[in-house]
Design a protein around this ligand. Structure first.
Ligand code: UDP
Ligand code: MG
Length: 318
């Protein structure tokens, strides 16, 4: 079987409201593009009607492929499943909620082919439709990431992008158990280009990225790419050592001058401070230890329960 030219990977978690809108917009677009394609919809353990709706849709849309994960594994894990299973020469990834215009996928493909690029990022040049909070946390996130990973990380490029087969294969060789693709992809350093677009509001349904998931993504991003927080522990340890040294000299001097007022305040603060620094360092070590532990265990990022390209009969149970 010859591989399709384009695969479109779409992670979905409880997207029953937006799914009909997505299909109605994506299908005519791809059908009209005159290329061989597949759409890989990854159902990330949805608990609503997303999965049955997908299974129903793929009966009459042969190019829609449904991959179901056994449980909710998170956006990046669902994306991993999709990237691993996509067969296209080029693989695009896009969110289900139509915040990123699918029309841009064809523009990305044209650009990648014309300039033989391996990566085309979708860059949001206008985020006015995002909430104030989202905009500012995102801005801080990208600023930190550019410092950690390098200038290669484009500003405001999320998970809307196009990858060549070579880039996908390179990503597949990475055994990371908590991949963060918006950093791993720039890290590859393959020839890349950008397509800018305006971010729309979610077409339907509500965000599947609560603050807790945003924090997790940020922590994964930092610890995946940098040991700088560990160094922070060393630096604060050194700093507190010098502070204690100075304070020690000071107290000895006072003692020599027979001026020893029993200052429990300074003692108390010193103990608190040191205790705090030690806990901070322990916590940091623990964070990286935990990650090492997870990598060593080598548990899969996701478990596929069903793939419509492999199984003949759809199974409704996960
Ligand atoms: N998503 C997922 N698993 C999750 C959370 C989200 O597959 O555990 C998908 C979701 O269905 C959507 C994409 O990830 O296609 C981005 O989520 P969302 O649009 O809710 O995030 P936001 O745009 O609010 O950051
Ligand atoms: Mg969204």
């Amino acid at each position: 079987m010859t591989p399709p030219t384009l695969s479109v990977v779409i992670p979905m978690y409880n997207e029953q409201e937006v799914l009909p809108l997505l299909i109605a917009r994506l299908r005519p677009l791809l059908d009209g593009a005159g290329l061989d394609y597949e759409v890989v919809a990854v159902d990330d353990g949805s608990s609503d009607a997303t999965a049955p709706m997908l299974l129903l849709a793929c009966r009459e849309w042969a190019r829609l492929r449904v991959v179901r994960l056994r449980r909710n594994s998170g956006h990046q894990a669902a994306l991993t499943a999709g990237l691993h299973r996509a067969r296209g020469e080029y693989v695009a990834s896009i969110d289900a909620d139509l915040q990123d215009p699918p029309e841009k996928i064809l523009e990305m493909l044209a650009l990648a082919r014309a300039e033989s690029l391996d990566i085309v990022y979708g860059v949001r040049d206008d985020r006015t439709t995002d909430t104030f909070f989202k905009r500012h946390t995102a801005q801080a996130y990208y600023r930190v990431m550019r410092r950690l990973v390098g200038k290669k990380v484009p500003h405001n490029a999320g998970d809307f992008r196009l990858l060549s087969r070579a880039a996908v294969e390179a990503l597949r060789t990475m055994p990371e158990s908590q991949p963060v693709y918006r950093l791993l992809v720039p890290w590859l350093g393959f020839p890349s280009g950008e397509v800018t677009y305006r971010r729309d509001v979610r077409a339907a349904g509500s965000t599947k990225y609560p603050l807790s998931k945003m924090v997790k993504l940020a922590i994964d991003s930092i610890t995946n790419f940098s040991a700088a927080p560990l160094r922070l522990a060393t630096w604060s340890g050194l700093l507190s050592f010098f502070a204690c040294f100075v304070l020690g000299c000071y107290s000895v001097a006072r003692f020599v001058m027979h001026d020893t007022v029993s200052g429990w305040t300074s003692l108390f603060t010193a103990i608190l401070f040191l205790g705090g620094v030690q806990l901070l360092c322990l916590g940091l070590l623990g964070e990286y230890m935990g990650r090492l532990y997870a990598e060593v265990k080598g548990r899969p990022t996701y478990i596929v329960g069903y793939d419509s390209a492999e199984a003949a009969e759809p199974v409704l149970a996960r």
